[in-house]
Design a protein around this ligand. Structure first.
Ligand code: KIV
Ligand code: ZN
Length: 535
């Protein structure tokens, strides 16, 4: 058995299904580029049947990230996968979306637990076996690389799984992904499940890859994935920062860093450049508006911080006393090459290229203008500043409303007041002034008065991108649409409530706050006018 574990990233599919994680096509493309640069083997780019927009986003990723970049034939091109339910229409859409990639994959799934078969699918086990056989055969008639997942495998009867998976192999699937869809199993149980599948599935052979896909409802996702790998799985389905449905998916950084840090235990390799974790984690957090908890393993702000005196003392004597990984191995404190006011356009282009951004001339001009504006206010500009600036300038949602101007007065001597100017659809300019409990409240009230879309602000986070009083402020927000909620009962509301994240960066934190809010509202407006299904 090979000692290479393939990393299948589903940040853009399962990850994007977490409440509020909706990303724009441009953001998805940028995340896909970053995943390819860090060496991910398979990128699940989306669920093309969800909406025409999702299909288009997967198609663009397949074309632009799933092929060798011009002049770089040595680039490791990732497989681009599209998810499809086990029906012809979904499979056709997935194929339509991924076929432009050098290495396309269709990933199809059908539930196999008795709970799902009875209550959700309303199908007999025999019908499920038949459907899997027919749909994997159909998918294989379009695409040579087929992955099949028995949804809710963690709660399925193993004997039934062997039959279903045997049929999938017969019909042409070469990757069998075993999902613990509801994060129910324990590591010991999951180990035995994978071991049993490898041993008992009819037709199992060396060319079949067993994959693990675990959810974190009980906080066991990483432990379960690693147990499955120890039992012989050689593909792990993961997301950046562990984002995903409910409590999330297995986090890529945790699995990869465990395999690397505990190499003597596992003896396994991945193709991931781990020094990119911190950067990509920030990128995904900015685009989704989902803040990474400070104590999150590997990429949390405190993951390498030492507070207790005894720990600090130990660290000063020798780093290995309290650190099992070197911060630089995951990209912490790497990005300190600085630029400033006197850096020119060529230097900016070169710096952005080394960070993996390839901008055309028009984009470079815009980036340069923003860079100069920032350099007038801030002496030293780091990679983190450039990333925040690029995210702010280029990867927002379609600009339904655009911030044209903002003026606030606040402090102890009067009522905080904000005057906001937005350019709306049809290029109409709207001005509104509001008072509030503080400058952000006043600004958001004025924006609400102009945009007039019912929503609730759920979360507001602000942090400085770098150290220093002149730092760029970065704001992430999460807003929930309140459209049509009156007709829903409490349970449906919890399930269907649409949450959208937004991001904004500026040296003026009120401007950053306004941008983040408008960014989230633009996503909400686009999603509600286009409509979208999820898996
Ligand atoms: O968790 C799950 O079962 C899934 C499948 C669609 C693979 O995400
Ligand atoms: Zn999942």
């Amino acid at each position: 058995m090979t000692n290479y574990v393939k990393i299948f990233d589903t940040t853009l599919r399962d990850g994007e299904q977490s409440p509020g994680a909706t990303m724009t096509s441009a953001e998805k493309l940028e995340v896909a580029r970053s995943l390819a640069r860090m060496g991910v083997d398979i990128i699940e780019a989306g669920f093309p049947a969800a909406s025409p927009d999702d299909l288009e986003a997967v198609r663009r990723i397949a074309l632009e990230v799933g092929n060798s970049p011009k002049g770089q034939p040595e680039f490791k091109v990732p497989i681009i996968a599209g998810l499809a339910r086990a029906n012809k229409s979904d499979i056709d859409k997935a194929w339509e979306a991924v076929k432009g990639a050098q290495k396309p994959r269709i990933h199809t799934f059908l539930a196999t637990s008795s709970i799902h078969m009875k209550h959700k699918l309303k199908m007999d086990p025999e019908e499920v076996v038949q459907r899997v056989s027919e749909m994997v055969t159909y998918a294989h008639s379009l695409c040579t690389d087929i992955e099949f997942s028995p949804e809710d495998a963690g709660r399925s009867d193993p004997e039934f799984l062997y039959i279903v998976l045997g049929e999938a192999i017969k019909a042409g699937a070469t990757t069998l992904n075993i999902p613990d869809t509801v994060g129910y199993t324990t590591p010991d149980e999951f180990y035995k499940l994978i071991e049993g599948i490898i041993k008992n599935t009819p037709g199992m052979h060396e060319g079949i890859t067993i994959s693990v896909h675990t959810h974190d409802d009980l906080g066991l996702a990483t432990a379960n994935a690693l147990a499955g790998i120890q039992a012989g799985a050689r593909q792990a389905e993961v997301t950046i920062n562990g984002i995903g449905e409910r409590a999330g998916n297995t986090s890529m950084e945790e699995v990869v860093m465990t395999l690397k840090t505990r190499h003597p235990v596992f003896g396994l390799e991945t193709g991931i450049d781990t020094q990119q974790f911190t950067r990509v984690s920030r990128l995904v957090s900015n685009y989704t508006g989902i803040v990474v908890q400070p104590n999150k393993a590997i990429v949390g702000a405190n993951a390498f911080a030492h507070e207790a005196g005894i720990h600090q003392d130990g660290m000063l004597k020798h780093q290995t006393t309290y650190e099992i990984m070197r911060p630089e191995d995951v990209g912490v404190n790497q990005t300190t090459l600085v630029m400033g006011k006197h850096s020119g356009r060529a230097a900016l282009r070169a710096r952005l290229a080394s960070m993996g951004y390839s901008l055309d001339d028009e984009e470079l001009n815009k980036a340069f203008a923003r860079f100069k504006e920032l350099a007038d206010r801030k002496k030293v500009i780091t990679d983190a500043d450039l990333e925040a600036l690029i995210a702010d300038e280029f990867y927002g949602p379609r600009d339904v409303f655009h911030l044209e101007g903002l003026q606030v007065s606040c402090g102890t001597l009067g009522m905080p007041t904000a005057t906001v100017r937005l350019r709306g659809p049809d290029q109409i300019i709207h001005d509104f002034a509001s008072m509030g409990t503080g400058p952000v409240d006043a600004t958001y009230k004025a924006i609400d008065a102009i945009i007039q879309t019912p929503c609730k602000l759920l979360e507001f986070n602000i942090h400085a991108v770098t150290e220093g009083i002149d730092a760029l402020g970065e704001v992430t927000v999460r807003v929930r649409s309140e459209n049509g909620q009156q007709t829903m009962d409490a349970q449906s509301e919890a399930i269907y409530a649409r949450v959208f994240g937004g991001h904004g960066a500026d040296t003026d934190i009120i401007v950053a706050s306004a941008k983040a809010y408008i960014n989230a509202l633009n996503k909400l407006i686009v999603a509600e006018t286009e409509g979208r299904q999820s898996v």
